[in-house]
Unconditional design. Structure first.
Length: 331
C-alpha cells in the first residue's frame, strides 16, 4: 500500500472469579463488531488502521468488506496469531509490530500520509487474560508481569516491589479507583519486607487480606487494572495515539474507539468533544468564537454499548463503549 493507494480512498473486562475463561481456540472475541462495521463503513479502496490488532477479529471483518487494513500491535504473540489467520488477505492486509502511539513514523516508512479510518479497541485481550505466563490475571497463578510488549523493561513486579507506599497508594487510587488503596499499599509494603512479590496469586492474596472480598468481584481487580495501566503507560499512550491519528485522517475519515473503563473513556470523550465543538463561548466574550481545535463532527452523540445478546454471549463486552467521530471535509 502506498500514498497513491491511500489517496484513492478511507476489561478489558472486570476479572471476577465467576467469569468462565475462554476456550484456547478462541483467541479473542471482537466486541461491538456490527456497530464498528456500520460506522467505519469499510469498502474497497478504503484504508483502515486497526491500531490494536489483537486476535484480528475486527480486521478480518474489515477485510471481508473489501477494505485495506494495516494492523498494529505491540504484543508479538498477538501479532503473529492474527497475521497467520489473515494471511489469505495479503494483498489488502499488512501487520506492523509497535505501539499505536508511534504510528506516525511507521506510516511515514510506508509512504502513507492519510488513512480513511482508525479503530482502537483498548484494554487487555481475552487471550492475554487467559495466558497465565503473561501475568495479567489473578484467575490463574503466573509471574507478576503484565507487559504487553515483552521488551518493556518494567514489569508489575518491579512496581510492586520498589515503589514507596505513598506512590503505591496513589497508583491504586488514581489508576484503579480503589477505595481501599491506603490499606492495600500498606499491606504490600509490609509483606514485601519478608519476600518480594513474584506471582499474581501472591499479590491477589495480599490484596484480599487487606480488603476482604464482598460480592462477586475479586478485591484485586482494581489493583491489577492500575498496575497494568502503569506498566504499559496506557493513558499516556492513548492521548498520544489520539493526537497522532487525528492528523492522519483524510477528510471524512472516521475514528472509532472502544473503551472498557472510565479513565480511558473520559480521555476519549474529552478529546473528541474538544475537537467536535465548532464554537467556544465564555461569559466575558461579546460573541462565540471559532474553536481552533475543531476538526471533527460527532457520529455517536452518546457512546454505543453492546446489545443484551452480545453481553450475554461475551461478558467482556459488558463494559465496552464505542465512540466515533468523522474528520470534517474542510479541516
Amino acid at each position: 500500500m502506498n500514498a497513491e493507494t491511500v489517496h484513492s480512498q478511507n476489561a478489558q473486562s472486570n476479572q471476577t472469579l465467576t467469569d468462565s475463561p475462554k476456550t484456547t481456540s478462541e483467541y479473542h472475541r471482537a466486541v461491538l463488531l456490527e456497530e464498528v462495521l456500520r460506522l467505519l463503513a469499510p469498502a474497497s479502496g478504503r484504508l483502515i488502521i486497526d491500531g490494536t490488532l489483537g486476535g484480528g477479529g475486527h480486521s478480518a471483518a474489515l477485510l471481508a468488506a473489501g477494505a485495506q487494513v494495516i494492523g498494529v500491535d505491540q504484543d508479538p504473540s498477538a501479532l503473529a496469531y492474527a497475521t497467520s489467520h489473515l494471511s489469505s488477505n495479503t494483498r489488502n492486509f499488512q501487520s506492523i509490530q509497535g505501539n499505536f502511539a508511534e504510528i506516525g513514523p511507521l506510516l511515514d516508512q510506508l509512504g502513507i500520509r492519510q488513512v480513511d479510518g482508525v479503530l482502537l479497541d483498548l484494554g487487555v485481550s481475552s487471550h492475554q487474560l487467559d495466558t497465565p505466563e503473561r501475568g495479567f490475571s489473578f484467575m490463574r497463578d503466573g509471574p507478576l508481569d503484565m507487559r504487553m510488549d515483552p521488551n518493556n523493561p518494567l514489569s508489575a513486579a518491579d512496581l510492586v516491589n520498589t515503589m514507596a507506599e505513598e506512590s503505591l497508594r496513589n497508583l491504586f487510587r488514581d489508576l484503579g479507583e480503589e477505595p481501599a488503596a491506603r490499606r492495600i499499599a500498606s499491606r504490600i509494603v509490609q509483606d514485601r519486607l519478608h519476600k518480594p512479590f513474584s506471582t499474581t496469586k501472591e499479590l491477589a492474596d495480599a490484596v484480599e487480606s487487606a480488603s476482604p472480598r464482598r460480592g462477586p468481584t475479586h478485591p484485586a481487580t482494581r489493583v491489577f487494572q492500575a498496575l497494568r495501566i502503569a506498566v504499559n503507560r496506557e493513558l499516556d499512550v492513548l492521548l498520544e495515539g489520539l493526537t497522532t491519528f487525528s492528523h492522519r485522517l483524510a477528510p471524512l475519515g472516521r475514528f472509532a474507539v472502544i473503551t472498557f473503563h472510565s479513565l480511558e473513556d473520559r480521555i476519549v470523550k474529552t478529546f473528541f468533544k474538544e475537537r467536535s465543538t465548532p464554537f467556544l463561548d465564555r461569559p466575558e466574550w461579546p460573541a462565540p468564537r471559532p474553536n481552533p481545535l475543531h476538526i471533527f463532527q460527532a457520529i455517536t452523540k452518546k457512546p454505543l454499548i453492546a446489545s443484551p445478546s452480545e453481553q450475554k454471549s461475551n461478558p467482556r463486552s459488558r463494559s465496552a463503549k464505542l465512540r466515533v467521530v468523522e474528520r470534517i471535509a474542510y479541516a
